[in-house]
Design a protein around this ligand. Sequence first.
Ligand code: ADP
Ligand code: MG
Length: 292
Amino acid sequence: ATPTSIMVGTGRAAELGVLFRNGEALQSLKSTDVVALDKTGTLTAGKPVMTDLEVTSGFERAKVLELVASVEAQSEHPVAAAIVAAAKDEGYSLGEVSAFEAVPGFGVSAKVGQHQIAVGADRYMARLGIAVDTFADTASRMGRQAKTPLYAAVDGRLAAVIAVSDPIKRSTPQAIRALQAMGLKVAMITGDNRRTAEAIAAQLGIDEVVAEVLPDGKVEAIKRLRAGGRVVTFVGDGINDAPALAEADVGMAIGTGTDVAIESADVVLMSGDLLGVTNAIALSKATISNIR
Ligand code: ADP
Ligand code: MG
């Protein structure tokens, strides 16, 4: 492409809310074979709400929610905000927390008063040696409802299963259909539970799902998608998306996402609207074919 056509292309893109951080991305985008998207905050709003909390026998719901929310108040994970908001809604006051520890991709733990609290994914409980089979049926139902099941342990004993739900963004279904109509393969990459990820993928008609990926596993997922010379565009918003954004042929960050993601991306979608992905690819095709 000539410098002029690139300038015109990037100018047009900016009008559509798509910011090209380099001209190279405008050229490579047109060859995209696969669009891989992070789930939380990219396909979904990234603002989960707590929908369920079921305790095991011997535990009181109000007490467990108060303890768990006290720990989550120290966490920056979106699911933490959901749990804290639920506790505040129910009028609980948060306890004093010490020895807080966040294990990225797993969960968080801390002491609240005299109690040792842990909250996180099933793999976090497995790591702590706490069985969660009591909630097997409940958790699989939550997953099918596209909710994420989390578990809480109090003093080493399973105390509750908690569900959080993160709604799909309004523009997502149309954006996915548009990408598929362009003949592109669409994939989802997420750290979330497999059942939850598959329920959301099914709602969106996404057939390739990479779930339960650890924070540093997204790069591996991109490498696998790139195998055989497929050109991969990855769209993400989070801190743990940054390495994958750099690894992909084209990295696209959500403008409302984290600074690290934006800095690692070639393209920034100024609004959270995923139709920007289609617009950017269409524009790349138009710009590059014009100068042939
Ligand atoms: P994602 O944001 O795609 O879900 P993460 O790697 O951030 O991926 O987290 C993976 C999983 O670990 C989450 O889905 C959640 O189940 C669990 N987790 C992480 N942080 C927390 C937290 N602060 N509280 C509860 N669970 C957490
Ligand atoms: Mg995300």
